[in-house]
Design a protein around this ligand. Structure first.
Ligand SMILES: Nc1nc2c(ncn2[C@@H]2O[C@H](COP(=O)(O)OP(=O)(O)O)[C@@H](O)[C@H]2O)c(=O)[nH]1
Ligand SMILES: Nc1ncnc2c1ncn2[C@@H]1O[C@H](COP(=O)(O)OP(=O)(O)O)[C@@H](O)[C@H]1O
Length: 220
């Protein structure tokens, strides 16, 4: 989707998008994020650090960097996080260095973070953050998905269901809302949002020079 490592569109230099997907647990943001990273060239996933235990099937460094609380606190103290928050009694944080490197080289970055993290990112970089809130089609579907994912115990799932309402109440701070009923349709929607945001005039920082050059050719 993004056209090359420089993040350009038809050769026009572009400013990277900080693309945030949030949702109540089980609504499908991990699924949509993976699909997006596979398809959108030049989009890099931000891998968070967390103190929560690893789930079956998760991979260190791909899904999260799994750290203990002492290490997490040390990273906070050293200013290594762009943002961090406490979610479901565990700490989650976005490592700063990979995000800054990706944006500096014209790549887009995808964040799977909660509403607190989204707020913090937006306050640091209001012009670069584009946020999408993913909703389940119903409470029944949400519960069913948490069970079929089969990665959490019954108690953990009940806890996540209880907190889903709170998480959902923050939908109104997001730029876009996608209801994830049919996953293919939801994916098309998320992809369309990213593409449109990449093409925003103010993100195409090379567009002035591009047009100036053509005008000179036309006039000369
Ligand atoms: N603020 C913040 N939230 C995060 C970060 N990483 C993950 N989260 C959020 O923490 C919540 C719990 O994530 P997780 O334990 O993986 O469960 P999931 O929601 O079922 O995928 C989700 O809302 C994530 O979006 C982070 O680095 N910062
Ligand atoms: N549109 C959908 N229809 C049915 N199942 C889905 C859909 N989207 C995701 N799922 C499934 O629901 C479960 C939770 O999705 P996941 O992406 O892990 O959610 P989240 O990251 O928001 O917690 C997974 O088993 C996933 O395969």
């Amino acid at each position: 989707m993004s056209d090359g490592a420089a993040g350009g569109h038809n050769g026009v230099e572009r400013r990277g998008v900080m693309f945030v997907l949030s949702s109540p647990s089980g609504a499908g943001k991990t699924t949509l994020s993976r699909m997006l990273v596979k398809e959108a060239a030049g989009l890099q996933m931000s891998v968070s650090a967390t103190t929560r235990p690893m789930r079956p099937g998760e991979v260190e460094g791909r899904d999260y960097f799994f750290v203990d609380r002492a290490k997490f606190d040390q990273m906070v103290a050293a200013g290594e996080f762009l943002e961090w928050a406490n979610v479901f009694d565990n700490c989650y944080g976005t490592p700063r260095a990979p995000v800054e490197a990706a944006l500096a080289s014209g790549r887009d970055v995808l964040f799977d973070i909660d509403w607190q993290g989204t707020q913090q990112l937006r306050s640091h970089a209001p012009n670069d953050v584009v946020s999408v809130f993913v909703l389940p089609p119903s409470v029944q579907a949400l519960e069913h998905r948490l069970h079929t994912r089969a990665q959490d115990s019954h108690d953990v799932i009940q806890g996540r269901m209880k907190k889903a309402g709170d998480e959902m109440s923050h939908y109104d701070a997001y730029d876009y809302i996608v209801v994830n009923d049919n996953v293919g349709i939801a994916f098309e929607s998320v992809k369309a949002i990213l593409r449109a945001e990449q093409l925003k005039r103010e993100r195409q920082i090379g567009i002035d020079a591009f047009v100036r050059d053509m005008r000179q050719q036309l006039e000369g």
